[in-house]
Design a protein around this ligand. Sequence first.
Ligand code: APR
Length: 266
Amino acid sequence: MSNFPNVAIREARAMIQDAQRIVVLTGAGMSAESGVPTFRDAQTGLWEKYSPEELATPEAMYNRPDLVWSWMLHQARVMRSVEPHDGHRMLGSWQRELVDGGGALNIVTQNIDDLHERGGSDVLAHLHGTTFTFRCFECQAPSDYRLEDPTDEQLQATPTLDQLKLEEPPACGVCSHGFIRPNIVMFGELLPQHAMDDALEAVREADVAIVVGTSNIVQPAATLPIAASAAGALVIEINPHMTPLSQDADLYIPGTAGTILPELYP
Ligand code: APR
């Protein structure tokens, strides 16, 4: 195996050694080794198998609430059933250590799962929302609906759309004519304003930005590494495949979140 990742890991350690303010920007690749499919990886990516227009837009949910709700419920059950990996846990330990030392490690994620939190980290911003809290599609009232722990039968199913066991979304308990939807950001919807504001503040204050497991094509998240670099932060990218950011990053490490992050722990 080429020696490159090891050289890169040594370089990365030197870059983070004295850093007091770290921002970690993560995407679907951060959860891949836990068993959550990414979106755009060849063959395995969700958008390779399903069409985002059909399943991840408010129009799609309005037209087929049963199909979109059932599909999202299936994704959420998979996310609930898997465990954080060493990369998640390393970030949790490192965050505690930096905070205890008067510094900061801010996690900004595009992921709608809770693997960072279950790995022991506080997350500053879920840019694309979270799949485990809910509100009404019509009146936007928060819902106290909670996802039950998935059964093995539900988890075994890797349904094609026509195999999906369709469930109707529960009705809204406030307006009674709307139905419940997860608090995720669907295509064409605005990001939670506070999340993007917090993320921009964190990247502008960072000494180092570590970008893990994102294809760096979805906006506005893809602007964050560039904003960090413009504000003087060193940018380290961890991804088994190069992305549009790789050429401009101060350091690109070809590897996975679960193997490289534990190696970086100072
Ligand atoms: N470790 C690190 N990176 C990985 C791993 C891994 N184990 N496995 C795959 N990757 C990389 C892939 O090479 C790819 O560059 O993770 C990236 C995943 O890219 P996408 O599937 O496009 O996911 P992401 O960038 O998070 O997508 C952004 O698009 O579909 C919407 O809202 C959805 O939040 C999502 C957004």
